[in-house]
Design a protein around this ligand. Sequence first.
Ligand code: TPP
Length: 610
Amino acid sequence: VKKLDSQALPVLADEIRSFLLEHVSRTGGHLASNLGIVELTLAIHRVFDTEKDRIIFDVGHQCYVHKLLTGRRDAFSTLRSLDGLSGFPKPCESDSDAFVAGHASNSISIACGMAKARTLKGEDYDVVAVIGDGALTGGLAYEGLNYAGQSGEHMLVILNDNGMSISENVGGLANYLSRKRSKPGYYRFKQRYRRLYEKTAVGRRLYRFNHRIKTAVKHALLPAGFFEDMGFTYLGPVDGHDLETLTYFLQYARTQEGPVLLHVHTKKGKGYDKAEQVPDLYHGVSAFDVEAGVSPEQPEDFSARFGQSLTRLASADNRICAITAAMTESVGLAAFFQRFPARSFDVGIAEQHAVSMAGGLAKQGMTPVVTVYSTFLQRAYDMIIHDVAISNLHVVFAVDRAGITGRDGETHQGTFDVPFLTQVPHMTVLCPASYAELDEMLRAAVGELEGPVAVRYPRGCEGAYQACADWRKTAVLREGSDVTLVTYGILVNNALGAAELLAAEGISAQILKLGTAAPLDTETLLEAARSTRRMLVLEDCVDHGSVGERIGALLESENIPMEGFVRQNIGQSFVPHGDVSALYARYGLDARGVTDAARDLLAGQGGRHG
Ligand SMILES: Cc1ncc(C[n+]2csc(CCOP(=O)(O)OP(=O)(O)O)c2C)c(N)n1
């Protein structure tokens, strides 16, 4: 890339766009953001040495072009599949990937740490954070800016501003950025003008005098004020599809001292009409036909069902409010937002704020429903404890994508919410296994229960189990005498499948379905343990803090002499990217894996976590 001239580079940019469209339409993945960042990535690779300099992508889903340029083109057909190429930066994949990424807004803080390490070790390299305007809505980004500005460390923050988060970006800063526009010619002029004045002593005095006027003009014209007040040198806005100008600015930014912010305007979906027109539809795609485009219809899945259910409840109760952290469509709230705009809050990528705001709403008599992916709720753990649970406030957490979620990988699996939510005093954790149960549990969460309540449901669709058991009770889904399989949520389908396979081998398995992960209804559990003496608890969460661990402790404290007890979960691991079914199989959570574990248990061999 460094060797290509200004005629060859746009050709390469076109080739990259065609490649992305061809491949991502087959594998699925993040399309629109990557189409938008082609020239910016090329310019970064022209100016920086990505093996030595540290380029930190934030959120990280826009790293495909970078991957193509760093030797990973041939692996693109395996994108996001088990043992294939990750859809996010991964240092274990390439020295050019500076840091693991997947959750928004951390890049500036990481850049601060890297720049500090460079100074302390007396080394010499550049540190560059590439952050989207969506990611810049997260509080952590401001903590980073605040520190970076006063640290004086040389680093570059590139603000990739396309006006979009997944949907249109929200909030005061987004408005501020979009209000201000100016011409890049300003900086070329500034450099020449400075060189001219610096030649003589009189010139230098004149420069200082004019500088004050110029600064005032600049603040009126550019969105510089905010960043400069934080201690950054602000450059831009620059057309993010003009390779020569981008290259010029990156080179200029390198020569500046202290922290520099380069503001770049890009078009999300650039080069593919359909994605340019509706970029949110092409943010994250499954495989699709390039000619026909992605269907705007939302498939019927747990998220869609949640949205329908909450909308129904909210039409009968005007205290119900919905809060999302920049995920309105993905969590199924689009119709709710249309129907009840005054009670709908998209707060930007700000999970911490979402939870604390819910605390305020609840304290003053509203019923907030914080709708958030399990993995992103991790951000707001202290707010759950401090701003909700301590005061026993009635906040409902609709925890979407709970459990193994698949192709986004380690950073996105919902494998921690059961341990971290069930530890919180006052918290009820409901686990629907079907759409009907989701409806019923949401109704109870909003209208019946008190204090903090989480309803956790998986990505995707319900399975063969479509009934609606009483959530207050541990339900016996199948009687059996040799072994008890205990589970909750969508995994009941895998347990039911395993019971069939075991039956074919002459093993009689009983299936218990928990309605809640906290508090536990223990009566049926204890009864089953006493009768079969062998129990397997199936979960797709980490082992420590799992329900299985609590059940094990319960059986011990009740002095039930077990012949075998297995916690069949993901152990203490981070689950990589891949299809959910492939990951279930790898962790022994599918019907076949559970069957094998149950057979081992009966043979007295225990299981992986037994
Ligand atoms: C903490 C956190 N919350 C939510 C998300 C989900 N998410 C992924 S990308 C994205 C939008 C990012 O917008 P922006 O940074 O502007 O990048 P663009 O895709 O527009 O280039 C969101 C909300 C996330 N990755 N991390």
